[in-house]
Structures are given as C-alpha cells and as structure tokens.
Write a protein that binds this ligand. Structure first.
Ligand code: ATP
Length: 447
C-alpha cells in the first residue's frame, strides 16, 4: 500500500472537518489545532478503543483523571524541573531556533541550519519544555504552577489513594487519558508534534523481579493493539532505545513507530521506569509509597512499566493508514478504510430523495439506529455523490431508504469497502447493522 502525501491528509482534514488550524480567522496560532465535527468524533473513538482494551477488558487496571495544573513539588521530585529539557541551538545568521538532536550533521560533521544552511549556530543549551504559570493573582515564585508535560506523575502521586480504595495488588495498573503540554522548540508535521496534545498512559506496577517480563509483554501487547485496529503490520515497528537515548527515569525503553509519509516516527514509548518515581515522591513528600503484602508480610516499592501513547498523533496515524483509493464503475473514488470502531460515523442514513413521503421513514430508521451507533443523516445531492462523501470520511455503512421501502418496509445497506448492497427488513435492521459493525454484544449478521 502506498503511503499518501501529507498534503492529501491535511487537505482531507480541513475540507471534511477533522482538524482545523486553531484561530484561523486570526491567521492561525503557532501550530495549534482544533478538532472539528469529524475529528472530535474520531479522537473520542481512538481514546475509547484504548480505554476499552486497557481498562474495560482487564480486571487489574483502574482509571484516573488527575489535574492538569500541578504543583512544582511534583516536577521537582520527578526530576522534570532539572531534566525535562531539549538541546536548543540558535542560528546566528537567520535567528531560527532548532532542537540540536533533530539536526542531521552535514558531510563535514558540523550542524547546519535547515532554514538558511549556515553553520554559525550557538552552543546547545538545555531548554525546559514545561509551561509555567501562576495560580491566583500574584505572579511570584510562591504561586508558580506547571501544566503537566505528561499525564504520568498523577498516577504516582495518587498511588497510595488508588491502592487503598481499589484494593488491587501488583501486578496492577492505573490508566489515564488527558491533555499534556510541552513547549516544543520545533512543533510540526501537522498534529505529529504540537505544544498541546493528548496522551493515553498506563502505569503498570509490578514486583521488581518481574519487570523485564512485563516490559516484554507490554511491548507486544501495544503493537497488537495498533494492528488489531487496522494499521498494517508493515507500517509498524518496535525500536529499542540506545543507552544514550534513555530518559532520566528509564532502565529500558522501546518505541512503537509508524511509517509516516516523512519516515518512521514514534506513536508510543514503552518504558521500564523502575521504582524511580515512587521513590522520588516518597523521599520528597515523606510519605511511604510501597506495597505491603499482608499474606507474606513482604513490603516493597513496585517497579513501573509504562506504555505511553499519544492520542492525537495516533489518530493521524490511523487516518494515514486508512487513506486509500480504488476504481468503482470506471471512476476513481477516495476512501478511508477505517475500522468501524474508529470511523467518525458508523452509519449514514440516506433517503433516496427529499420527497416528503420518504423523509418520515428515513427519520424513523435514523431514530432506530442512533442509540446503537454514531449516525450521519444526509438528504441532499445525488445518491452516488452522497455515497462517495461517506466513503471519503470512512463511514462503513450507508442505509438507503427508497420508494420501495414505503411498500416493503425494507432498506438497502451498502458496504463502504466492497460497495455491495443488501436489502434488509427494517425490523431486522438494528441486529444487521450492529452485527456488520462488530459492535460489542452484537449478533453476527445473517449471510
Ligand atoms: P519526542 O522524542 O518525539 O519528543 P518523547 O519520546 O518525549 O517524544 P514521550 O514522552 O514518550 O515522547 O510521550 C509519549 C507519547 O506522547 C509519544 O509517543 C507521542 O505519541 C505523544 N507525544 C509526545 N510529545 C508530543 C507532542 N509534542 N505532540 C503530540 N504528541 C506527543
């Protein structure tokens, strides 16, 4: 499968309402983006698919929704105030700023400015990526606060409360989805790298002796998740970090990478964070953060395996992987081959025409399907154009109400991928649609 151009993806996102440049009427705002009617649906679906696999289908993982605005004491203890930095270089010629570790050395071994080609760059200096703000009206150090640069830490500072209230024992996990903020030096590649983004992070607490085994387990499990939701395996790879690349807290990290149009890029990092964070917070707060096993009398600080994924970045990867075109009836059509669980709309209800006689039946069908799936309703333009519109945004099924429907109380279901059509009685429509979409608890469709 050919990887699409990034321009195709950006155009689709803008024209069909997935992602808009933020504050566009003011000329945009510094690589920030807003998720439109379709993008907000799809992003929810990505997060829901993650939550389902990480929390709902497991009995040893619980959820958390911690504050974004956070105490400097958290980031001081975690090491982020000292270490969460990128190496920043300035070009003395054109004044552009770059991340030194993202610049390719030229043949002479020196770093060149990608903008003007100059080698007159400053020495790299550590630039802290955290956004600082002040809580309350006084802007002094005593009132400093940070927007979290990762959702993790919420998991660690709530470790004891979660342990006590959930009565879990290692191996157990705390899952969280939410916004994170990093003052990236060079945001770019559309929503791949932005300063405000959404993460989906699991902190999985295990007995220290089992950490390597759980690390291997989560690497495989997370690769499987992407494949199961439709990303072809050849567009994915697992890359182990070199020693020098490891974060300050990590004893081992592997990235799940996706082949973006510009090359391989990270979707998710799986890290063995050891007992670094719990020990750091225990020391700084004076609170014991341990697990006490009443049965054996054993007391220990668990190790943590962390699969940390980006929801916004991952949504773009799903869009890129699903982007396709084929020939139908001698014409080229564009389509998104999205898994029904990720598609913004699962069903489009389309009356053949806007005739007054058809609309009530179409609305009845819509009312029948809306509680089961996210539905679009469209009665304008020719039916062929409406099918193509739905193909282009990845809607797996179209349900068409025509004049025969008034007589036989049946409708046509059209499949996005095959364009095959079947006639189904309205009475059986709900079961047929849920079966075809593979919705949870669905009965497989009658063939
Ligand atoms: P990079 O090296 O690309 O800056 P990272 O290794 O620091 O990223 P992590 O801290 O491992 O990233 O974050 C986990 C996940 O969060 C990433 O795999 C990515 O999907 C997402 N993420 C991180 N930073 C950004 C960003 N600026 N914009 C969008 N998503 C991001």
């Amino acid at each position: 499968m050919a990887t699409p151009d990034m321009e195709d993806i950006v155009r689709l996102c803008k024209q069909r309402g997935f992602v808009f440049p933020s504050a566009e009427i003011y000329g945009g705002f510094r690589s920030t983006y807003d998720y439109g009617p379709l993008g907000s649906l799809m992003l929810r679906n990505v997060k829901e698919a993650w939550w389902r696999s990480m929390v709902q289908l497991r009995d040893e993982v619980v959820g958390l929704d911690a504050a974004v605005l956070s105490s400097p004491r958290i980031w001081e203890a975690s090491g982020h105030l000292a270490n969460f930095t990128d190496p920043l270089v300035d070009c003395r010629n054109c004044n552009e700023r770059w991340r030194a570790d993202h610049l390719e050395p030229a043949e002479d071994g020196r770093l060149h400015c990608p903008n003007c080609g100059s080698t007159d760059l400053t020495e790299a200096r550590a630039f802290n990526l955290m956004f600082k703000t002040h809580v309350g009206p006084v802007e002094d150090e005593a009132n400093a606060a940070y927007l979290r640069p990762e959702t993790a830490q919420g998991h660690f500072v709530n470790f004891l409360s979660v342990l006590q209230t959930s009565r879990k024992r290692p191996p157990f996990g705390i899952a969280q989805i939410g916004k994170s903020f990093r003052n990236e030096i060079t945001p770019g590649n559309f929503v791949f790298r932005t300063r405000e983004f959404e993460q989906m992070e699991l902190e999985y607490f295990v007995p220290p002796a089992d950490a390597d085994e759980w690390f291997a387990y989560w690497c495989q499990e997370r690769m499987r998740w992407y494949v199961e939701l439709g990303i072809p395996a050849e567009l994915l790879r697992l890359r182990q970090h070199e020693r020098a690349e490891l974060s300050h807290y990590s004893a081992g990290t592997a990235d799940v990478e996706f082949r973006f149009p510009w090359g391989w890029g990270e979707l998710e990092g799986v890290a063995n964070r050891t007992d670094y964070d719990l020990r750091a917070h225990a020391e700084a707060s004076g609170t014991r953060l341990e697990y006490f096993d009443q049965a054996t009398g054993e007391r220990y600080v668990p190790y943590v395996i962390e699969p940390a994924a980006g929801a916004t970045r991952t949504m773009m990867a799903f869009l890129i992987a699903a982007f396709d075109s084929d020939e139908v009836g001698g014409e080229t059509r564009s389509l998104l081959r999205l898994d029904p669980r990720l598609a913004p709309y699962q069903v489009a209800v389309l009356p053949l025409s806007r005739k007054e006689t058809l609309v009530p039946v179409a609305r009845e069908v819509l009312g029948l399907l809306q509680p089961l799936a996210m539905c679009d309703y469209d009665e304008t333009q020719s039916i062929g154009r409406r099918y193509r519109r739905q193909d282009e945004i990845g809607t797996p099924l179209c349900v068409t109400v025509d004049f025969d429907s008034l007589e036989d109380r049946a409708v046509t279901i059209r499949d996005r991928d095959t364009t095959a059509q079947v006639r189904v009685p309205i009475d059986r429509l709900a079961a047929e649609v849920t079966g075809r979409l593979g919705l949870p608890g669905a009965v497989p469709p009658a063939q």
